[in-house]
Design a protein around this ligand. Structure first.
Ligand code: NAP
Length: 460
């Protein structure tokens, strides 16, 4: 895949970047390794000071960085600004809490004394997706820099200017050479790097195909991996839910980032008693969204991230309809330049139909009608993915009982699956393994070293 900025609003190429040659990759690896030898010995205070500076620079340059996101992957500008603010918050969060999360853990052995010390493990490789070009990197880089690890980041090939600008933020904040390095390399070549002995762990956020390929390379080289993969979150609406609120949240849950969130509310599951009312209100909200330039503040439906993404989604809709799904709203490409597709609602989706099994990464909602709560849970769990889920009910205890029966990494009651720095994020099943964010996110690439002291005693 070419490393290029292509504006998805008009599909014009803005800028092309050269892939790194083997000597540049070698230099990046060797600088990273050298940096680790000193960075691992720096104090938490120094690491935290650097991260706070990165976060502040991000906030200072918010308007410029947000426009880059919108230019490269089409996110509505207000949402791009929100992403920059959230990314800065994540970086600050680890700068503030990292030392506490990594403090020695005292143990109580039967005799003598012991504790667990958290130590960095070395150079890490992060492979990141385009859908949240700053937020995803912040989730990976901030905790690891705080631990004392150093990072090489291979960003998605369609957001090279975002990728470069993150490296620049670290440089401007005073990061030592090699602490944060952007790698301009296409995805298909990245697995070859994993065997290099200087790389100690890998983390990938993206599709199942890419994740399986990188994790296989890591497994072969006996290296730890974290995989944050796709999802097809269920959004369950029970008969006692506040329907207007549930509809309003479903619109946000499905349409945020033009539907391109791993935790978007992709499968709406409504029980019979309220299904008609919900569908009518939901359809009315999605009808007539203002389509246009994502830089324009009035636009409500922008383009997808790329022409390829729009072609793929339109094909998934077509295959689903050919196999029996029905279209309640939309279903077609929008007749204008750019990677646009109509806000779409599909119904009558059965096992065997593409929309039932595949992740629909864009503004296409799958609507399911079920008899009752038990059927809703069964359908929610009948998915190869296990990332998030939401349950709408006026009885929060009931919501918790439902949540307990859902096979995903996260369940939100009366809210679409969401994210904030202090809540763990990650999935099960085909959605991957490991966690990012919160205290859990800082523990993935740490050597939890046992240090044991015994009384001096005669071994015999
Ligand atoms: P993708 O095609 O898998 O790309 C993700 C990253 O992997 C890119 O940097 C890509 O590089 C790289 N890549 C591609 N093929 C690879 C391979 N064979 N080996 C190693 N790396 C490879 O996914 P995407 O389309 O950018 O992102 C959307 C997917 O990410 C969706 O499934 C979404 O649900 C998931 N996602 C998950 C989370 C989560 O936290 N669970 C968060 C956000 C997104 P190139 O760009 O050079 O191909």
């Amino acid at each position: 895949m070419a490393i290029q900025t292509i504006n998805p609003f008009n599909n014009l190429v803005v800028k092309t970047f050269d892939e790194m040659k083997p000597d540049a990759i070698e230099s990046a690896l060797s600088k990273a390794e050298k940096c680790f030898e000193t960075w691992r010995k720096t104090s938490y205070l120094d690491r935290s000071t650097l991260l706070h500076k990165v976060a502040q620079l991000m906030r200072d340059k918010k308007d410029h960085l947000a426009k880059l996101i919108t230019l490269e992957m089409g996110k509505l500008l207000a949402q791009s600004c929100g992403e920059i603010a959230l990314s800065a918050d994540i970086i600050d969060y680890y700068a503030i809490h990292g030392e506490h999360f990594l403090a020695n853990q005292k143990l109580e052995p039967e005799f003598g004394s012991a504790y667990i010390k958290s130590s960095p493990i070395g150079v890490l490789l992060g492979v990141e997706p385009w859908n949240f070009p700053f937020y995803q990197v912040a989730r990976f880089a901030a905790p690891n820099v705080m631990i004392g690890n150093v990072v090489l980041v291979k960003h998605a090939s369609n957001v090279p200017q975002c990728a470069e600008s993150i490296e620049e933020l670290f440089r401007e904040a005073g990061a030592p050479v090699g602490l944060y390095t952007n790698l301009f390399l296409s995805g298909s070549k990245i697995s070859d790097l994993v065997a290099d002995p200087r790389i100690k762990g890998v983390s990938l956020t993206g599709s199942e195909t890419a994740g399986a390929s990188l994790a296989a390379a890591a497994g072969k080289a006996v290296k730890k991996s974290v995989l944050e993969l796709g999802g097809s979150d269920a959004f369950i609406v029970l008969e006692d839910a506040d329907i207007d609120q549930a509809v309003a949240w479903a619109v946000i849950g499905r349409m945020n980032n033009t539907g391109q969130c791993c935790v978007a509310s992709k499968r709406i599951i409504a029980v019979d008693a309220i299904a008609d009312e919900f569908l009518k209100k939901f359809t009315s909200k999605l009808t007539g969204l203002i389509v246009g330039d994502p830089l324009d503040k009035d636009t409500q439906l922008g383009p997808l991230s790329s022409e390829g993404a729009a072609v793929q989604l339109a094909d998934q809709v077509k295959r689903s309809v050919d196999a029996g799904a029905k279209i309640v709203l939309g279903g077609k490409r929008i007749d204008r330049p750019g990677a646009f597709i109509e806000a779409t609602i599909l119904t009558d989706i059965k096992p065997g139909i593409a929309a039932y099994h595949e992740e629909l990464f864009g503004p296409v909602a799958s609507f399911y009608r079920v008899k009752n709560e038990a059927e809703a849970i069964k359908l929610a769990n009948d998915s190869p993915f296990g990332l998030g889920c939401s349950v709408f009910t006026s009885d929060t205890k009931r919501g918790e009982r439902v949540a307990d029966q859902i096979d995903t990494g996260m369940v939100f009651i009366n809210h679409p699956t969401w994210t904030q720095p202090d809540l763990p994020f990650g999935g099960t099943k085909g959605s991957g393994y490991g966690r990012e964010l919160s205290a859990s996110g800082i523990e993935e690439f740490v050597n939890k070293k046992l240090i044991r002291t015994s009384e001096l005693a005669d071994p015999f």
